[in-house]
Design a protein around this ligand. Sequence first.
Ligand code: GDP
Length: 553
Amino acid sequence: MSASIEKIRNIGIIAHIDAGKTTTTERILYYAGVVHRPGGVDEGTTATDFDAEEAKRGITIYSAAITCHWKGYSINIIDTPGHVDFTAEVERSLRVLDGAVVVFSAMEGVEAQSETVWRQADKYNVPRICFINKMDRIGASFDRTFQEIKKRLRANPVALQIPIGEGSTSTGVSFEGVIDLIKMKSLYYDSESMGAKFEVGEIADEYLEQAQEWRSKMLEAVAELDEKVLEQYYETEDIPEEDLLRLLREATLNGTLQPTFCGSSLNYIGVQPVLDAVGEFLPSPLDRPPVEGINPQPKKRNAEAGEPTSRAPSVDEPMCGLVFKIQADKHGDLCFIRVYSGQLKSGSRLLNARTGKKELISQLWRVHADAREKVETDCIDAGDIAGVIGPKEAVTGDTLCDIKHPILLESITFPETVISMAVEPESSADRKKLEETLKKLSRQDPTFKAVTNEETGQTIVSGMGELHLEVLRNRMQKEFNLSVRVHKPRVSYRETVTAVTEKEVEFNRPSSGGDLYFKVKLRLEPFEGDVPVSILSSLKPGELDPELHKVMM
Ligand code: GDP
């Protein structure tokens, strides 16, 4: 089923680890009918964490792109990891998203990674809604978390819901449901149907005053956005629902405010209103500015390389799209592409604007977590996301575009790797296999690098943290049937010394002690001065450049 562009929502669910992104995503998939039973993070049965490694650890590592349908909207969800080792994954997702749901824990409030992902979303101007989850936890507080979002994130949350009760006591869960501040109704969720059914009722007397206060705050925030509505609000102390929804949408899209909801995904409370809000308040691809790029290889006489060019999100424009993830698949690598303009058609050939080579688009797939379905129409329109089989050379961040209308979109930038290890196959017969495996893994994961150290001959892999490298090592075992040993690189420290005179030669001992390696490049002149004898004795004119000298100090 392909939706018209204004009904498409490309969203991410972002948060600090453990805030409940995966559980919330699971509930969404359940209500949207993608899965027949919601999976549990704690049982390792979720649909988004389909990678065995993720299920085992209970964290989300790789962004899984999933399509679901809700009340006429086609929602592409990119589940993103919260662990600090995988921040680059979040960054790449944000690049291709139009909107985000930011999940907070009502108990922990705004956490370190909530701040990081919030800033990343700011960087890409991604409109957001907030979901304050875990309202059932002991010590949970809606108001405290709401204030933290305001202060620590310098955001402008506007509550569209408040909780009915919060936290738990020794006798049970006190959080019972939510109050919808737009309709001024209570919503109680039925646990038997895992929240699929819920009752809409009048607000209990004990919560009425509180609900009215919060609603007034919401109305004031919205009235401020429009002079006419403000006047009307002063007169009537109310805003018609139609105006309210329109202004909330406009302000969410331009980043002025963030509609805020609450619930407990684990207890099946309050997830559907978040899904409703994704359609109601988050942008369609049409609400986003045209995508900007440059002309990589001008054909026209007057065109200059690097000339800025842009594409509107329309099927009538020439095709352009960005590869934002490459995932291993039984039948070959699956490239996830965000189509910005034109149509992506199976059987077509596109230009890879980075390499200048043509890539074949063999098949188009829509991905529902671990299941996938071939796109019947063999065509994906501007604004949508699809998995593609065929491209051989494309890597994450590449632009694929119409051959006659080239455009190079700004690539996705990845941070430098922070940790390195030496890796070798358990069996020396697997050297070639190791090489091929590392090549595949680094194509799929741009924050993973593998190089051969010229001097020691060791294969050095580097990544974003210990967890990152460990996960990749386990993938080598499981996906590629390759056992490897990892250890510290033999060379712990190396200094390249280019000396013009002896005074410019500096020798530093590594703080960890151990061997010190110098690559000495000397312009050989009579060598005198305060250079240690052990070095001088190993330096002989004519032998030095570019040999490696090991110096014991
Ligand atoms: P993620 O790391 O953000 O994806 O978080 P998960 O969805 O994996 O959840 C982390 C932990 O919090 C798991 O043990 C969940 O069962 C638990 N959890 C998620 N949502 C809730 C909730 O609403 N209430 C409570 N009490 N626990 C929750």
